[in-house]
Design a protein around this ligand. Structure first.
Ligand SMILES: Cc1ncc(COP(=O)(O)O)c(C=O)c1O
Length: 509
């Protein structure tokens, strides 16, 4: 500050903003922004010509270690770094031949909706303005799709978060019914000295790993998660569930919830949701369904019966960024009893008090249905996508993915050197290269190597899993860009690379 200046004068000179400073800067920004859009559209429209994945050279990898930028290099320079160093080296999940884990592709419209959402940067704790009305509408639509009209809902980052929140409501409900206030006492004894009952959760051995995080986070501990065995089709053995619940009750424990799965991560199996719903109803136990991808099958008339019973869930978690084809992140939790949902999370703070008029009229209902206070406008991409595409096409795409999975299974069945390792219930295909006469103990390392070469050569991206000790190449197809020819290329490459590895090892013997 110059000596002759008053503090107010100095402040006036120093005032800054992160917006472009004047008309010329706005115009340069507009030009850059248009270029960004053009180049991303080029990128999306040319995906099929790119390798499915490209390993990152070491020199690019090390270049990410940079000192904290104290002075900005400008928009152009930051974007150039993105184009040169980030854009060429993604995970690959947009590619037509990506079927690894259960990721998702996203859509061009979803990308633009995310830009618009970020542009208006709405705060979705609630605030009953247009963005909140969009989210309320989206939640109503999703509840209608799932056969859970009237349920309370919340959009969250992903299936893991949606599931954890669902089990949190289940814990609250079970303990409330038992006359114990978990919100006030946690899992410690209350003022009268009486502690909470020991709670138990039940999921199959195929339940996704979020469930372990949930029981740990909720203070129940890993031992509170009963792993119920599965049948030959990887579905929860309901008789074993009944026995486990009965034994726990006899030992004085309180069943908190049954976690059923619609579309297991390993094989795509769906538990017998109707039998589990009947059991839960008889026993008065909360039924939570993890429908991360499987729940969206409700959109297909011909496949809907596979998830029959899902509509009877007390809580249901599912992703929109998997089989809803939307960009990350977006998932939904639905809870049938809206009051229980609210009373699990609601909070009051003087600085968030609802008024009858003004900006916070209508309160912050979304903050009262989960953990986040500040929430972005995920609902916009769902709203715009449903409006633009209609949900019927989503149902048809889901059917297309299931047909493609069965087509791949047929190719595997028809090939003497390929072996299917699990029944194909929906969209997940687990198989391996197993030429007759190859020693069983060599098949796991062989198939691991095939998988890595297929990825590293950019041919395709399946992932791996282990089923009954056997290493499987696993395709989880939630890809709206895949074509039958992509699966033919995968099956062909597995055989070619498998034989290539076998002949290499023969030469080295
Ligand atoms: C059955 C199942 N549940 C939960 C999840 C976790 O979902 P997210 O990755 O969106 O957190 C997945 C992810 O693949 C899944 O397949």
């Amino acid at each position: 500050m110059e000596e002759s200046m008053t503090p107010a004068q100095a402040l006036a000179i120093a005032e800054e903003t992160l917006d472009p400073a004047n008309a010329a800067e706005w115009s340069a920004f507009r030009e850059l922004a248009h270029r960004m859009v053009d180049e991303m559209v080029d990128y999306l429209s040319g995906l099929a010509e790119q390798p499915a994945w490209r390993p990152m050279p070491d020199e690019v990898r090390v270049a990410f270690k940079e000192p904290l930028p104290l002075k900005g290099a400008g928009h152009e320079a930051a974007y150039r770094d993105f184009r040169e160093r980030v854009l060429p080296y993604p995970v690959g999940n947009l590619h037509p031949r990506f079927w690894g884990w259960v990721q998702g592709n996203g859509t061009p419209l979803g990308m633009m909706a995310d830009m618009l959402a970020s542009g208006i940067n709405a705060h979705l704790a609630g605030f009953n303005q247009a963005p909140a009305l969009v989210e309320h509408q989206v939640l109503e639509w999703l509840a209608e799709i799932m056969g859970m009209r009237g349920a309370s809902g919340i959009l969250v980052t992903g299936g893991s978060m949606a599931n954890v929140l669902g089990v949190t409501v289940a814990r609250h409900a079970a303990l409330q019914q038992a006359g114990f206030d978990v919100r006030e006492n946690g899992l410690q004894p209350g003022p009268d000295g009486s502690g909470p009952p020991r709670l138990m959760c039940y999921g199959s051995t195929e339940t996704h790993s979020w469930a372990r995080k949930a029981v740990e986070l909720l203070g129940l501990g890993h031992r509170a998660l009963r792993r119920i065995p599965v049948d030959a089709e990887y579905r929860m053995d309901v008789a074993a569930l009944q026995r486990s619940v009965a034994a726990d009750r006899a030992a004085g424990a309180l069943p908190c919830c049954v976690i059923a799965t619609a579309g297991t991560v390993n094989t795509g199996a769906t538990d017998d949701l109707t039998a589990i719903a009947d059991f839960c109803q008889r026993e008065g136990i909360w039924m939570h369904v993890d429908g991360a991808f499987g729940a969206m099958v409700r959109l297909s008339e011909s496949l809907r019966s596979q998830v029959r019973g899902i509509e009877r869930a007390d809580s249901l978690a599912f992703d929109l960024h998997k089989w809803g084809y939307l960009p990350f992140e977006c998932a939904c939790l639905l809870v049938r009893d809206a009051e229980l949902h609210r009373s699990t999370f609601s909070n009051s703070a003087s600085y968030l008090g609802e008024t009858t008029r003004g900006v916070i009229a209508g309160g912050i209902p979304f903050a009262d249905r989960g953990l986040d206070l500040t929430r972005g406008f995920k609902a916009l991409k769902v709203w715009m996508s449903f409006k633009a595409h209609g949900v019927e096409v989503l149902g048809r795409l889901i059917e297309q993915n299931v047909h493609q999975a069965h087509y791949l299974a047929e190719l595997i069945d028809a090939h003497p050197e390929l072996e299917l390792l699990a029944p194909v219930a929906l969209n997940v295909v687990c198989f391996r290269f197993a030429p007759p006469g190859t020693a069983e103990e060599s098949l796991n390392p062989l198939n691991q190597e095939i998988l890595l070469r297929i990825q590293e050569r950019g041919i395709a991206v399946p992932s791996g899993t282990v089923l009954q000790g056997r290493h499987a190449i696993r395709c989880a197809n939630v890809n709206h860009r895949s074509r039958r020819s992509d699966f033919e290329a995968l099956a062909r490459s597995v055989v070619e690379i498998g034989n290539e590895i076998l002949s290499e090892s023969k030469k080295s013997d």
